[in-house]
Write a protein that binds this ligand. Structure first.
Ligand SMILES: Nc1ncnc2c1ncn2[C@@H]1O[C@H](COP(=O)(O)OP(=O)(O)OP(=O)(O)O)[C@@H](O)[C@H]1O
Length: 482
């Protein structure tokens, strides 16, 4: 794409796929216009002319061969560009094979090759961060077998999350990228988040590989890099949060319930469940989701059965947790000891899930009021839900009842993570949801088979014609290389 065109689209376009060459019989070179990568939009390449933005009717190319997208954490951050292999025959990045089903973080100017078919040059017009960023922040670049990069995937109240790579002997495979969350610790403070995460293993809970403390009291938590951005960005398609379909919301809620059932059975309460802490593996419906940020999670498996500390984010916080609308009652709003003597239990996570479900179905945060902390806390305490607004008109009665059962101020009457599966909204679709879970979600979390051979001809279905096939009815940019 010409620089001027790209500049004029800045803001919506997070990068571009710039074709390098397309080979056929080693003597034809075709070139074509660059394909912009928009926020919240996948660019798919493959044979399927209904699904793909770029269509190659070459027999070595799968129906959807690979897809590209870009994630930008917020307006100030540099977009991350990813490619996911969805093919039988694989793709190469700078000559290294991507494992089947794997997602790879791309660099500016990376060359993506579809073997035996065509070459792509990925050229994202992105501003690169300066390489001394890590030093500026006082982080250690090399930590045992890991190397930190300057790429920031996200930031929060407690730290930065950067991309890290594991050092090792080069192989023919594209190395995986990881994330490292770096938190400033008080000297000798226990790394509670890391301790909790290291003992957990679940497809919908962030996987932690290693932790390390440097001599400046920075704690490094090395974990899987989750590549589809967070649920907040996914819903923030415009300036406001947009609702998603009931089916799409169900698939997400079903996974969060699986994660919560597992966590609560392990005695772990998340306590800060919100859109920002729910990560997507790809920015598309029916993807695997992963709960992250266990910074204020509580491990009850060792001692107490109830908690008494006021923590979390007011918008998602259950009324029994004890936020007071009057901030002056607390020295430190989010970390103060509750005045309420009864404490609270794991059901506070189900309240937060109710807020998340409400937002996913309507785009509205249920207790937002005028947006001030005081009004949010007051509204949640009263717990009134107005489901007569136009945003609810297309939502089923079962879905509304589910949200009501979670946003129940009476803790005894609120559903817990096990009983939520029996609610009619979930129970009615359980067969279908289980099928998606077993076929799509669990396999995505397991290590992939290596694609050993690039002998694509052996794998061709017998019925595929090797003669040219025109690409039909293409709305977007479609290319026939046959
Ligand atoms: N493993 C990961 N893979 C990809 N992105 C991640 C990962 N962990 C965190 N992020 C991104 O970084 C952001 C901040 O991370 P995290 O929520 O863990 O930090 P925090 O300082 O504890 O935030 P908070 O202010 O919500 O407490 C997340 O919202 C998410 O977008």
């Amino acid at each position: 794409m010409a620089a001027s065109t790209f500049e004029s689209l800045r803001g919506q376009v997070l990068g571009a796929l710039e074709p390098l060459t397309v080979h056929r019989n080693e003597d034809v070179n075709l070139s074509f216009a660059a394909v912009p990568i928009f926020k919240n939009k996948l660019v798919k390449i493959g044979r399927n002319n209904r699904e793909c933005d770029i269509v190659f009717s070459h027999p070595s190319i799968s129906s959807i061969h690979c897809m590209f997208w870009a994630i930008r954490f917020d307006d100030d951050s540099v977009p991350m560009h990813y490619v996911k292999d969805c093919s039988l025959n694989g793709i190469l990045i700078n000559g290294l094979l991507l494992k089947r089903g794997q997602t790879c973080l791309l660099e500016d100017e990376d060359v993506i090759t579809i073997p035996n078919a065509c070459d792509y040059r990925f050229q994202a017009k992105i501003k690169m961060l300066t390489s001394d960023l890590i030093e500026q922040l006082g982080f250690q670049v090399n930590v045992e077998s890991w190397q930190l990069t300057s790429k920031i995937v996200g930031s929060g109240t407690f730290g930065h999350v950067l991309v890290a790579n594991e050092k090792g002997e080069p192989t023919k495979y594209q190395p995986r990228s990881y994330a490292v969350k770096i938190i400033k610790m008080k000297p000798n403070r226990l790394d509670k988040e890391a301790k909790i995460l290291l003992r957990l293993a679940h497809p919908n809970v962030i996987k932690v590989h290693m932790t390390f403390s440097d001599n400046r009291n920075n704690l490094y938590i090395f974990q899987d890099l989750i590549t589809g951005g967070d649920l907040f960005s996914y819903l923030a398609k415009t300036d406001c949060l947009s609702p998603i379909s009931e089916t799409e919301a169900l698939v997400i809620i079903f996974q969060i319930l699986h994660a919560l059932k597992y966590l609560h059975s392990q005695g772990v309460v998340h306590r800060d469940l919100k859109l920002d802490n729910i990560l997507l593996c790809t920015p598309e419906p029916c993807t695997r989701i992963v709960l992250a940020d266990f910074g204020i999670a509580k491990d009850l498996s060792t001692k107490h059965s109830r908690m008494h500390t006021v923590v979390g984010t007011p918008e998602y916080c259950a009324p029994e947790v004890g936020f007071k609308a009057d901030r002056t009652a607390y020295k430190e709003f989010s970390r103060a000891a509750t005045m309420e003597q009864h404490g609270y239990d794991a059901k506070c996570d189900l309240w937060s899930l109710g807020v998340i479900a409400h937002i996913m179905l309507t785009g509205i945060s249920p207790f937002y009021g005028d947006g001030s902390e005081a009004s949010i806390i007051r509204n949640a305490k009263v717990g009134n839900l107005d489901m007569s607004t136009k945003q609810w008109t297309k939502v089923s009665e079962h879905a509304k009842s589910f949200v009501r059962s979670l946003l129940e101020t009476n803790v005894m009457r609120r559903l817990d993570s096990s009983r939520s599966f029996q609610h009619p909204w979930i129970a009615k679709h359980k067969g279908h949801l289980e099928k998606i879970y077993q076929k799509k979600i669990i396999p995505d979390s397991e290590p992939k088979q290596y694609l050993e051979e690039m002998n694509w001809k052996r794998k061709l279905p017998k019925s595929v014609k090797l003669s040219p096939t025109p690409a039909l009815n293409k709305k977007a940019r479609k290319i026939d290389i046959s």
